[in-house]
Design a binder for this molecule. Structure first.
Ligand code: HOZ
Length: 432
């Protein structure tokens, strides 16, 4: 019997009266897959429970942060202890220094770090810093990469902007967009050509070193080193947006995994352990341009919030202590192989792309290396696959253009169950 979603439907109707589109972020709206978003009641480990009492194996993990699984007891205890000492002071605390130091210890290129409240704030601030340091205006970004809802980066953006086909949001001025140069991902020649023409005007190249926001798209060998070389030659800064990949594809993020060091790194998601934090960091020499050490302005009443800092500090410490990465690699490989076999058995053109514990089953014939490839994936098939998985108790990101995340709370039996469900779902999709 199909599960009922009636309570979610009622709550969504009510939400739509008071919240634009009924959601506080468009990625959750199920716009690309149709139907009503599921309203979540609770989550524990690898499991989500919706308000209708349906349980799901979760591969969204709050869009990345929950690498240790939901409601991890040590993270909850740290938040609880911090909360009892007061929830916000607007003054420095020792825990902020501990978190900054731990980030600098873990992320290879980071010596100093500023805590902010979200990944968007981190990228916005890093861009401003790059412009402040270089005295140049232009930014290079890649089509299908998403760096939060920063005006200058909301051009040919991935994630919800791609899912809901809003390549350039109204409200982003032409002037702002003019300073953003958009290039195809994985295209070293295009980057070289842009630098030929605009080299002395480019402040920074910002890149998702592994893209998560058009589905999981790995960098081709040579692409990240080329970005490093070209930016260095021209005096532009290289910014790795590691909001998704940080503490995910390796403890030290994509820069550790691919051994390429950017000038600035932006972080979010895992760094807050499920509470709102972002961070940006880099060499002390660069970071000391930020006010009050330097003169590039950036501020925030709740920055370094004690609850979020406690959750982040505990999460990163646990990751450092327990090193879940080899196991995440194994589990994610098992899942990727299982999804691949399921789609092959049903005769569906597809490709599964994975880096560490981020992965995507694309309904696309052949590898996806850039936005042009991603755009030609069969999103109708994806939508049907998504609902067939939901109906059988597996919760996936509600867009072809988002990555699935495996957590340390998943295990072989959950992965195998997911693969079985995927086999059934693929058969239905193929029969359409
Ligand atoms: N940035 C997340 C992954 N694309 C989605 C979160 C959101 O936009 O709500």
């Amino acid at each position: 019997m199909s599960p009922s979603f009636s309570k979610s439907q009622v709550l969504f109707e009510e939400a739509r009266r008071w919240i634009p589109g009924g959601v506080n972020s468009p990625a959750r709206a199920f716009g690309a897959v149709g139907g009503t978003p599921l309203f979540i009641e609770r989550a524990e480990g690898a499991w989500l429970t919706d308000v209708d009492g349906n349980r799901y194996i979760d591969y969204v993990g709050s869009w990345g942060p929950m690498i240790l699984g939901h409601a991890h007891p040590e993270v909850l205890a740290a938040i609880d202890a911090a909360m009892r000492r007061g929830t916000s002071f607007g003054a420095p605390t020792e825990a902020e220094t501990k978190l900054a130091r731990l980030i600098a210890e873990i992320v290879p290129s980071v010596e100093k770090v500023r805590l902010v409240n979200s990944g968007t704030e981190a990228t916005m601030s890093a861009i401003r810093l790059a412009r402040g340091i270089t005295g140049r205006d232009k930014i290079v970004k890649f089509a299908g990469n998403y760096h939060g809802h920063v005006d200058s980066l909301l051009v040919a953006a991935g994630s919800s902007a791609a899912t809901l086909a809003v390549p350039n949001s109204p409200g982003v001025t032409e002037g702002t967009a003019r300073d953003t140069i958009v290039l195809p991902y994985n295209d070293e020649a295009a980057v070289a050509a842009a630098f030929e023409t605009f080299g002395d005007q480019i402040a920074a190249v910002i890149v998702e070193p592994v893209v998560g926001n058009m589905g999981c798209v790995p960098p081709e060998p040579g692409f990240l080193p080329a970005l490093r070389r070209i930016t260095q030659q021209s005096g532009a800064l290289l910014i790795f947006d590691e909001v998704m990949t940080g503490f995910r594809v390796a403890l030290g993020g994509a820069q550790e995994r691919f051994q390429v060091l950017p000038d600035l790194t932006t972080l979010g998601k895992i760094v807050g352990g499920g509470l709102p934090i972002g961070a940006y960091g880099g060499r002390a020499e660069w970071m000391d341009h930020v006010l009050p050490a330097g003169n590039v302005f950036q501020a925030g009443t709740l920055s370094g919030n004690p609850l979020a800092t406690a959750a982040g500090l505990t999460t990163l410490s646990l990751l450092q202590k327990t090193d879940p990465y080899p196991r995440l690699e194994e589990l994610s490989d098992r899942l990727a192989r299982g999804l691949d076999e399921a789609a092959s058995a049903a005769g569906l053109p597809h490709v599964v792309q994975r880096v560490g514990s981020m992965l995507t089953l694309f309904f696309h014939d052949g590898p996806v290396g850039n936005w042009e490839d991603a755009e030609s994936a069969d999103t109708r098939r994806f939508a049907r696959f998504f609902w067939e998985m939901i109906e059988r108790g597996v919760y996936l990101p509600c867009s072809q253009y988002e990555a699935m995340f495996v957590s340390a709370a998943h295990d072989e039996s959950l992965i195998d169950r997911t693969v079985e469900v995927a086999q059934q779902a693929c058969e239905v999709v193929a029969s359409l």
